[in-house]
Design a protein around this ligand. Structure first.
Ligand code: FDA
Length: 391
């Protein structure tokens, strides 16, 4: 079979569309295939419909991977500022919500519309509703068959993402394909995902709907954002962030009062001996949470009658309350998948497989996972751009 294109990109998500558009504008005949009926479905639901399309504090340290240095090259060559310049060129209104997170003013549709316009400018052949039935390689050509038609090209880009939110068409196809080509896959696991509580911790599930600004930690990772109690356990940005670092069997810590100086409870005893602990807690924390913590701390009566030792221990516990989640809400609720195609198999410059010349992997399919807050899209743009330079 003669080549039909210069590159076939599997997956019309953030990474695939951007890679194809960039390669197309560089002169390559790029084809994008997706089994879904329309492109960029995750883009449309992202950021609550407003797409947190990048983060101006993007840095390799804000990504998880078996090789923490891998993302450095791509992220430094296609930056958040580069993507922002493109957004501005399209006249898309944006704002910084918090912590460097850039969102569309109006709708995530603006970002998808921009990507599709970029694809058109690059003459990209975009075909949705194409289930991939076979992928083979011989004589320097990748041959991809769909139920409708077969294509061939000297380059193949795996951009089918990870299995998070399967009801949106997400699959583990990238891993199956990578393994077939002899590439290792780092065990995929749900990330940026709510955690579930059982046993003694389950008491907190009664606080469903209560949220508080905290510092949450898992190992050395610490995030100062909101935590939210749910009817299954814990969620909210602080918890989603630590979930990416958390492993089964480990505990996470929550500092419920991160702004209090050490010794604050003894000072409160000295200054206001007639006050009860629940009152003091409720000055900073929502009432239901303050009551539950007070109950569990067991400091009865007025602060003035509590021993210094019991107050020191209460303060210590409040600053690092240990929860041992019994699991997470899984891929069904995970915003991203951690793990994926091993970076040890890929060139950090071109995202090309060392063992299989012409085969590239980009985006969430790869073992690079960003923090919450626009980091994952920035990885999709940067890795897609890097692969496109080689096409
Ligand atoms: P992506 O999943 O976008 O695309 C993969 C494509 O491959 C899909 O179009 C899919 O249909 C297709 N595909 C899959 N299997 C296939 C198969 N077997 N055959 C053919 N095609 C196949 N990130 C961020 O930075 N800011 C944000 O605001 C958000 N918000 C957000 C909200 C929600 C609810 C979720 C679930 C996720 C986010 N994310 C996010 C994460 C972000 O959406 C994600 O990191 C990127 O979409 C990854 O881009 P990819 O192109 O790698 O995969």
């Amino acid at each position: 079979m003669q080549p039909t294109h210069d590159a076939i990109v599997l997956g019309a998500g953030a990474a695939g569309l951007f890679c194809a558009a960039t390669a197309g504008q560089g002169g390559a005949r790029a084809l994008v295939l997706d089994h879904a009926d329309t492109p960029g479905k995750k883009i449309l639901i992202s950021g609550g419909g407003r797409c947190n399309f990048t983060n101006i504090h993007t840095a390799p340290e804000r990504y998880l991977s078996d090789n923490p240095h891998f993302a450095r090259s791509a992220l430094s060559r296609y930056t958040a500022q580069d993507f922002l310049a493109l957004v501005e060129r399209y006249g898309i209104g944006w704002h910084e919500k918090t912590l460097g997170q850039l969102f569309c003013n109006s709708s995530a549709r603006d970002i998808l519309g921009m990507l599709l316009a970029e694809c058109r400018a690059g003459g990209v052949d975009l075909r949705c509703g194409h289930a991939i039935t076979a992928v083979n390689y011989s004589d320097g050509l990748f041959r991809v068959e769909t139920a409708q038609v077969a294509f061939a090209a000297p380059r193949l880009v795996i951009a089918t993402g990870g299995p998070s939110i399967p009801k949106m068409g997400a699959t583990g196809f990238a891993y199956d394909l990578a393994r077939r080509f002899g590439l290792k896959v780092v065990q995929p696991r749900p990330a940026l995902v709510p955690l579930t509580l059982a046993g003694e911790d389950a008491l907190f599930r009664e606080l469903s709907g209560v949220s508080a600004p905290v510092v949450a930690s898992a190992g050395k990772a610490r995030f100062r954002e909101a935590a939210l109690f749910t009817h299954k356990g814990l969620s909210g940005p602080a918890i989603l962030q630590v979930s990416s670092y958390w492993r089964h069997g480990e505990s996470i810590g929550i500092d419920f009062l991160p702004d209090k100086a050490p010794g604050w409870l003894l000072s409160a005893k000295r200054d206001r001996p007639r006050t009860q602990l629940r009152r003091v807690l409720n000055e900073t924390l929502p009432e239901r949470l303050a009551l539950r913590l007070d109950e569990l701390l067991g400091v009865a009566g007025e602060l003035g009658s509590a021993s210094d030792k019991s107050l020191r221990s209460a303060e210590q516990r409040l600053s690092d309350w240990r929860f041992t989640p019994n699991g997470s809400e899984g891929f069904a609720k995970a915003e991203v998948t951690a793990g994926g195609i091993s970076t040890a198999e890929l060139s950090s410059k071109t995202m090309e497989a060392r063992k299989v010349p012409g085969l590239h992997a980009i985006g969430e399919a790869v073992d690079v996972t960003g923090w919450l807050g626009g980091y994952n899209f920035q990885w999709a743009w940067a890795s897609g751009w890097a692969a496109a330079q080689a096409i």
